[in-house]
Design a protein around this ligand. Structure first.
Ligand code: NDP
Length: 484
């Protein structure tokens, strides 16, 4: 008989925590899980799932004109945000219910409340002290705003799904996944989007050519993308804020925005329209400002440092390759560890934890060659190294093609796609695969299998093309575009 109330107490009911709890319970462990908010966590409730549904919603806009080019007699429609949002909320309620049912069905005891550690084996939750042989921290992360006056006038990604109305004019700050995805989503839904990114090109860390094409395609969609630009001041807009951007294409729009303050107030949140000053001195008024300026691990107030769990400079729980902290009974997985902040990785980390702790099979987490997608329009699917990383490591050949895909070219659309392979000269292995194209997320999942298996360029060449598709180009690129 165990001296503890539970074999495992999981703090956090996101994808990683729920999976670990269920799999441990299936091994016969007595498991509890505490969640202070909604079951499902970032991915299900305020991240991947609602975001992807918004990607689908926004994708229809182009569909109307494309359909006309293909002979359909259809008119452009108006997007009804409340209709979509209410359906979205019902779907999230359903998914939350599914998560709870799965936990119940696995015999996991659920605590709806905030859990805090008081020692290496004791958790305080809902006014009770519970003990556990092992504790798994899976508390995820949260969006952060820059440290500047009036930053609370802006919204963060969590807030988007609850808006009363879509903004007419939205300013997005940041150039990462969330900023670029929401820029495309909102533009697709008919919002006038301006995006400030402080760096020289969006999506830092991804392949340069892919980033360049995505930025161009975003501009083509009407997104006013300003690079090397950041926000320096923001305040509630007043009638005195009559200045608009100068020397830019959007002068007219911004001038109109300021004169039309009452209309903006009508659309805007409780905060009302927001005046913004940029690093280049230009000013403008928006009815929403979205900060997509990164996320911070949820480690505050959990009692971690008090009991000896090390927390790093960015607020992340420090763990070893088995997700174990310096306190042997305490493990951590997912975004709270700030390793690779992706849902499927958190799930893998949770499974490896169960394998290690409950199956007696020490399993380090494999963080190598993780395929992923950025759901911009077009999407970006990527696995392995960027050209820039690879050429620093060894001699490479770069195979690359960019073209207008058949479906949208027929409709007279300017959209281009990019297919790119980075090949090691020494052993011909594919070091990186980058696809910017509609549904690139679906394509890269499959290319990821080949790359993970160690496929060579010749393996790709031996594979017969599926014709006519966009992705056939990935097996038909004959000559390297360059070597480096
Ligand atoms: P990112 O870290 O990807 O991007 C943050 C952006 O904000 C960067 O462009 C950064 O600039 C900028 N920034 C940071 N601080 C400031 C500041 N003070 N002023 C102005 N700009 C600032 O974070 P996200 O929030 O976009 O995404 C978080 C994580 O969530 C991602 O890393 C990813 O792992 C995950 N995610 C995955 C998705 C997917 O798989 N499709 C979708 C969404 C999120 P700089 O580059 O100069 O640092």
């Amino acid at each position: 008989m165990s001296d503890f109330d539970y074999d495992l107490f999981v703090i956090g009911g996101g994808s990683g925590g729920v999976r670990a709890a269920r799999v441990a319970a299936a091994q016969g462990a007595k498991v509890a899980l505490a969640e202070e908010s909604r079951m499902g966590g970032t991915c299900v409730i305020r991240g991947c799932v609602p975001k992807k549904l918004m990607v689908f919603a926004s994708g229809y806009r182009e569909g109307f004109s494309e359909a006309r080019a293909y002979g359909w007699d259809v008119q452009d429609g108006d997007f009804q945000w409340p209709t979509f949002r209410d359906r979205l909320n019902s779907e999230l309620d359903r998914l939350e219910g599914v998560y709870r049912t799965l936990l119940d069905g696995s015999g996991v005891e659920i605590f709806d409340g905030r859990a805090v550690l008081s020692d290496a084996h004791t958790i305080q939750v809902n006014g009770e002290a519970k003990t556990a042989k092992h504790v798994l921290l899976a508390t995820g992360g949260r969006p952060t705003r820059p440290d500047m006056p009036n930053a609370d006038l802006g919204i963060v990604s969590d807030d988007i799904f609850h808006l009363d109305a879509l903004p007419k004019r939205l300013l997005i700050i940041g150039g990462g996944y969330i900023a670029c995805e929401f820029a495309c989503i909102m533009a697709g839904l008919g919002v006038e989007v301006t995006q400030f990114y402080r760096g020289a090109q969006i999506l830092r860390g991804f392949d340069d050519e892919a980033r360049g094409l995505i930025a161009e395609m975003m501009r083509e969609q009407g997104i006013d993308l300003r690079l090397g630009t950041n926000i320096v001041e923001m305040a509630p807009a007043s009638e005195d804020h009559t200045l608009s951007w100068t020397g830019t294409d959007s002068d007219a729009a911004m001038g109109a925005a300021v004169q039309d303050l009452e209309a903006l107030r009508h659309d805007a949140s409780t905060t009302g329209p927001i005046w913004v000053k940029a690093t280049n001195g230009q000013e403008g008024v928006f009815d929403r400002v979205l900060f997509a300026t990164g996320r911070t691990p949820n480690t505050d107030g959990l009692g971690l440092e008090e009991i000896g769990v090390k927390v790093g400079r960015r607020g992340e729980v420090e763990v070893d390759e088995y997700s174990q902290t310096g306190v042997p009974s305490i493990y951590a997985i997912g975004d709270v560890t700030n390793r690779v902040n992706l849902t499927p990785v958190a799930i893998r980390e949770g499974m490896a934890f169960v394998e290690t702790v409950f199956k007696g099979n020490p399993t380090p987490v494999d963080h190598d060659l993780i395929p992923s997608a950025v759901f911009t329009q077009p999407e970006y699917g990527t696995v392995g190294m960027t050209e820039e990383e690879a050429r620093d490591q060894e001699e490479i050949e770069v195979y690359c093609t960019s073209f207008r895909p058949m479906q949208t070219a027929f409709a007279g659309k300017p959209w281009r796609v990019l297919m790119k392979l980075i090949v090691a000269k020494s052993n011909r292995k594919i070091l990186g695969c980058h696809i910017v194209a509609p549904n690139a997320g679906e394509m890269i999942q499959l290319a990821g299998v080949a790359v993970k298996m160690g496929a060579t360029k010749e393996d790709f060449d031996r594979t017969v093309a599926v014709h006519p598709t966009m992705s056939e180009e990935i097996v038909t690129m004959k000559e390297p575009m360059r070597t480096a």
